[in-house]
Design a protein around this ligand. Structure first.
Ligand code: HEM
Length: 206
């Protein structure tokens, strides 16, 4: 494969991945909103409401599973997109817009997965969060402030679930949607600019 074909394949692949990223973000957002109709963001209530969603609400298990697949799929796809974009780097404005938004989106997707850790209020989630909170607290300078924000000041309890739920379902999910749109927009602009360059070079040599 020559260089022109290689660059074309990478550019197209990045655009296709950006479409997948936006679709996964939308799927996660819609299924998240559907989950929120029955989900109860309290200690204990979270576990019981999710059990009810999975076993008693019609198609609840499907919505919960779709949310899980879309959310985790978003992390994987955005990581692959970063590698593809790195290999096909262009350093023009459209590429840079997609590159920066892609990196931020990956970080936001990982943060969405992280904030969901305690949302099911299981033993595994609780103890994993307890250990990771220790790491957060060890961040120099802002560690104790971050702990306060996440837990609400005291132990891991209903306030912590409510704080993580707010970060997850409002702040981070809206951030992910905005970044996914900017990422796709940058790559579509790149496609347009490449097409224009091709037309101009063809006109020059004909
Ligand atoms: C771009 C949007 C979103 C993404 C990428 C996302 C991602 C995730 C991920 C990765 C998980 C963990 C799934 C697992 O491995 O078990 C999760 C769980 C959860 N999310 Fe979201 N989420 C989004 C939006 C929302 C919204 C808008 C809400 C509610 C209004 C929401 C509510 C929940 C709840 C209640 C859980 C816990 C469900 C469980 O553990 O089974 N999410 N989300």
């Amino acid at each position: 494969m020559n260089n022109v074909q290689y660059a074309f394949v990478l550019r197209r692949l990045a655009t296709i991945l950006a479409v997948a990223i936006l679709s996964l973000s939308l799927t996660a957002a819609v299924t998240g909103i559907l989950l929120s109709f029955y989900y109860e963001p309290t200690a204990g209530g979270a576990y019981n409401s999710l059990r009810e969603i999975k076993s008693e609400i019609p198609n609840g298990w499907l919505i919960q599973r779709l949310h899980e697949i879309a959310g985790n799929g978003l992390i994987g796809t955005s990581l692959i997109a970063i590698v593809v974009m790195f290999l096909g780097e262009k350093f023009r404005r459209s590429w840079l817009t997609a590159w920066i938004s892609g990196i931020l989106l990956t970080l936001v997707a990982i943060a969405l997965g992280w904030t969901a850790m305690l949302l099911d209020w299981t033993q595994l989630g609780y103890w994993r969060f307890t250990i990771e909170l220790g790491t957060v607290e060890a961040v120099p300078g802002i560690g104790s402030l971050l702990r306060e924000i996440l837990t609400g000041g005291g132990a891991i309890n209903t306030v912590t679930v409510a704080h993580l739920y707010t970060l997850h379902s409002y702040i981070l999910s809206i951030g992910a949607l905005i970044l996914a749109v900017i990422h796709l927009g940058g790559l579509l602009l790149q496609e347009k600019e490449e097409k224009q360059t091709l037309i101009e070079s063809e006109a020059k040599f004909s």
